[in-house]
Design a protein around this ligand. Structure first.
Ligand code: SAH
Length: 377
């Protein structure tokens, strides 16, 4: 892998953090700044950058593309959801896809991205691929931002052991003028502006060689009016999906329902317990002995509602006990910040818990049986 070769040569330069990490951090900082929702990493290799990016909470779609399926598969398991992702589904949705294919070919699955990263990719491209690359990335994919990094050959004399190129698979390595002229011409042709920077500072006194890795950040000048130019034939799918992970998210009704039902049962239990403790102090005293609690549990009559219909109709937000049932108005549960945030409206709360939690006949309160609970205990 490229980063291992590079470490071998740049090791003596003592880049801290290592150069590849500085490049990934550069991309992360860009993500924090522009907050893209859809990010594609072209030439993603072992998916390390993708793995880092999956923790950026603004990203909802992550795609990796590489012409070598095996290198992508090496560590792709790191992109799968973890048990904690299922236990506590995130607010955002996240889909991670790995695609096998070449940046020299267009595939419609690459449309609609906000940020496209090409980290140490272009120098691996054959001449014919490099020729097609701008049209695929800037013309066809046309994301808002493209970041391209590549070695700065002017730095090579400072890297011990580098005779021609830093990696045997490199087809070329450009100096700053070569990269600038290619980048400026590409930007001009496809309506982008480009700014140059880099990572890996040269040693003191050698500043004239520039950064070890040169970087161009391209920003599209005009908003995209259509996804393709109308005359262009939509490309056919040519990439092969080698991995796809859809993360559990509260945007998915199934996970939202689980979270809301869990939250409702949890808060209702607390409300019920505090209500019972308040109404029946003797119940609290014996609650370490379920059998005793059951026999002793007889709430004072005055606490009972004689007229349940009337109480519910009053839309009281106070929980109350009727017979062996505790009624907790939905409005009370809805007023709790977590439930409120998850559901948004009272109607949504009712809809999400319907069939999962016992509701009063008019649907205005959650019902918990005291008897049944004690039996379960
Ligand atoms: N971006 C990674 C890997 C750089 S090495 C990093 O920063 O570490 C370049 C990667 O580009 C390799 O994994 C190689 O398989 C891939 N690659 C080479 N030619 C390609 C092409 N035409 N299309 C897509 N990926 C290509």
């Amino acid at each position: 892998m490229y980063k291992n070769f590079e470490e071998q040569f740049t090791g003596m330069m003592k880049f801290t953090p290592p150069l590849y990490k500085q490049r990934y951090q550069f991309v992360k900082d860009l993500v924090e700044k522009y907050k893209p929702k859809k990010v594609a990493d072209l030439g993603c290799a072992d998916c390390t950058l993708l793995w880092m990016l999956k923790f950026c909470s603004c990203i909802e779609v992550l795609a990796g593309l590489d012409s070598c399926a095996n290198v992508m598969k090496e560590k792709m398991h790191r992109l799968s959801p973890l048990p904690v992702d299922y236990l506590q589904p995130a607010e955002r949705s996240l889909t991670v896809t790995l695609l096998h294919g070449s940046v020299a070919h267009k595939d419609p699955c690459m449309l609609g991205f906000d940020l496209v990263t090409c980290i140490e990719l272009i120098e691996h491209l054959e001449e014919s691929e490099l020729k097609k690359f701008p049209e695929v990335v800037f013309g066809f994919m046309a994301p808002s931002i493209v970041v391209i990094s590549t070695p700065n050959s002017e730095f090579n004399p400072l890297l011990p052991g580098v005779a021609l190129f830093r990696d045997p698979d490199h087809k070329f390595e450009w100096n700053r003028v070569q990269f600038r002229s290619w980048a400026l011409e590409t930007a001009r042709r496809y309506g982008y502006s480009v700014e140059f920077t880099g990572v890996g500072h040269p040693p003191t006194g050698m500043e004239n060689v520039g950064f070890c890795t040169q970087i161009g950040v391209f920003v599209r000048k005009y908003p995209q009016t259509s996804e393709f130019t109308p005359s262009e034939k939509p490309a056919e799918a040519v990439y092969k999906t080698v991995f796809k992970a859809v993360y559990p998210s509260l945007k998915d009704e199934k996970y939202l329902q689980n979270a809301v039902v869990g939250e409702v049962i949890f808060t209702a239990q607390i409300i019920k317990q505090s209500l019972l403790d308040r109404l029946m102090p003797e119940h609290k005293e014996h609650n370490d002995d379920p059998l005793e609690r059951k026999s002793k549990f007889r709430p004072p009559v005055k606490c009972f509602s004689e007229d349940l219909e009337r109480l519910l109709a009053e839309k009281s937000t106070e929980p109350f006990v009727n017979g062996d049932v505790v009624y907790i108005p939905l409005a009370t549960i809805f007023s709790l910040p977590k439930v409120n945030q998850l559901c948004g409206t009272l109607e949504k709360l009712r809809q999400l818990i319907a069939g999962k939690v016992l509701l009063s006949s008019d649907g205005s309160a959650v019902m918990f049986s005291i008897e049944r609970e004690n039996e379960e205990n």
